[in-house]
Write a protein that binds this ligand. Sequence first.
Ligand SMILES: [Zn+2]
Ligand SMILES: [Zn+2]
Length: 163
Amino acid sequence: MADLDEVRTRATELMTRHLSRDWVFRFDTAKTRAGLCNFTKRTISVSQYLAARSTLADVEQTLLHEIAHALAGPDAGHGEVWLVLARSIGYTGSRTHDGAVAREFARWHGECPNGHEVVRFRRPTRPMSCGKCTRRFDRRFLITWRERSPEELAASAAGAARS
Ligand SMILES: [Zn+2]
Ligand SMILES: [Zn+2]
């Protein structure tokens, strides 16, 4: 679990290294995406909820993902330019299948009884137990699924493309 002061310190370090000085870091209160890059306000923000539940290493990946958006510009989306920049500063996640990016686009969000999050692009067809809580199927750790509304999805996808 990352300490929020530590996250802020790390964010400031990374942004000082990679971005011009007018970019500012802040926490936001999003629950379905890990981070956001806002070109208008020139802010990079990280969800305080997700940060508190992630490791510092995960939050750092989110920060690098968003810093790459800031470097690539608003029109780059998750295209090649963004990806090359992201890799060059140490982002190891993919565009669409894990971490911050998946959270931005995945329609299905699941949570186990212990609060671990999973995302899926398609409706899960079989009961699934949490891979972090148990290695084999176990009903005690069943994932509860929630489908995000089209409005929610559009909002986070817009945020992803533009910020
Ligand atoms: Zn779990
Ligand atoms: Zn993104």
